[in-house]
Write a protein that binds this ligand. Structure first.
Ligand SMILES: [Fe+2]
Ligand SMILES: [Fe+2]
Length: 353
């Protein structure tokens, strides 16, 4: 197994190795790193006709599926602090914990608001990264089909960045800065050296995580405005996921065994580090406000018998099954994914063969 990402920010909580940023200065300096040196191979191609018909069809679907984040959304629909826009318990960590501890309804609602604004802000920063990475792909991909598609995905990701930032500013009146763990991992994806790892990072890891999170929000929110926005974003994301499957299948077919092993390690390292944060970046920000100690909350979560099931939900939604289908989870990594609670199977949840 490759060395763990963010080694210097690791500490043990029982058997679990968390990533925990406590130094404010370090966090601010990571956020302040706006210039990132990314390697980029630019490929010309003189083949303008379509080589992969399915990819061109997807590009055509993308053109038809365009929508306008300003005029197609009814921005007059309400979204207010006094409303439970998500279930009080079971989806978000802070209101679930606080209500269990007997906190009053107002406090729980405020905690839900804080946690959701934080989550949506992180998704927004992720959309910005997706936009930039797709821009890189238009340069780096070798075929015209992939360039056309990646180009059309850029405008989708621009629209997602637009719509989520407008929602945060107009409806929630707040926008939280990027979490340090997320910043490091997004930079690693943007810095991936070859078009193959960029495609893996973007189309499988990024998109796979986004699909899982957006689906959870769409299924649980009771607010019509939020639901409409997330549903529109999700329709675009499902096209991106289809592009991911098509292009990654080709990447895998064309790769040498050593390259595949590197890709498998790369995917594992990124997901391992993401999972190792266990929402500590969020808990460091809001825990004190609600009288919660971040380390104790995570320790308590890790000790729950149902933790692997709860923890694996977002991963098992799309990213893990897709990696498995692509052959990028082999015996070598499967037991590791299980050990860290990212891959979990039981009678109801199975992995594709
Ligand atoms: Fe997106
Ligand atoms: Fe996307």
């Amino acid at each position: 197994m490759p060395e763990k990402i963010l080694g210097e920010y690791r500490r043990h909580l029982g058997d679990f190795d968390v990533v925990d940023f406590v130094d404010e200065e370090k966090i601010n300096s990571l956020r302040g790193q706006l210039e990132v040196d990314v390697p980029l191979d630019l490929h010309w191609t003189w083949e303008y006709g379509s080589e992969v018909e399915e990819l061109r069809n997807l590009y055509e679907r993308g053109k038809k599926g365009q929508w306008n984040a300003e005029t197609d959304i009814d921005w007059d629909m309400p979204f207010s602090r006094d409303e439970w826009f998500m279930p009080k318990t079971g989806v978000m960590l802070l209101p679930s914990l606080l209500s269990q501890m007997g906190a009053d309804d107002d406090t729980c609602r405020e905690a839900a608001w804080d946690e959701f604004a934080h989550l949506l802000s992180q998704l927004l920063h992720g959309e910005q990264a997706a936009m930039q990475l797709c821009g890189q792909l238009t340069n780096a991909c070798p075929t015209m089909d992939a360039k056309f598609y990646a180009g059309s995905q850029v405008i989708d990701e621009v629209r997602h960045t637009e719509v989520i930032s407008k929602f945060l500013m107009r409806k929630m009146g707040t926008l939280h800065p990027i979490d340090p763990t997320l910043k490091v991992l997004l930079d690693m994806l943007l810095e991936a050296p070859t078009w193959k790892t960029k495609t893996l990072g973007m189309q499988t890891l990024f998109e796979g995580m986004a699909v899982g999170i957006f689906d959870q929000i769409a299924k649980t929110t009771s607010n019509p405005l939020l639901h409409d926005i997330i549903r529109r974003v999700q329709i675009d994301e499902s096209r991106h996921a289809a592009f991911g499957v098509l292009s990654m299948r080709q990447v895998v077919r064309e790769s040498e065994p050593e390259e595949l092993e590197e890709m498998e390690d790369f995917a594992f390292s990124i997901l391992e580090a993401l999972n190792a944060n266990q929402q500590l970046d969020m808990l460091r920000q809001f825990g004190p406000k609600y009288g919660l100690d971040p380390g104790s909350v995570v320790e308590m979560m890790l000790s729950l018998p149902e933790w692997p099931f709860i923890n694996s939900q977002v991963y098992m939604h799309t990213v893990i099954p897709n990696l498995k289908r692509l052959g990028l989870i082999t015996e070598r990594t499967e037991s590791e994914y299980r050990r860290i609670g990212v891959l979990y199977t039981d009678g109801k949840n199975a992995l594709p063969a």
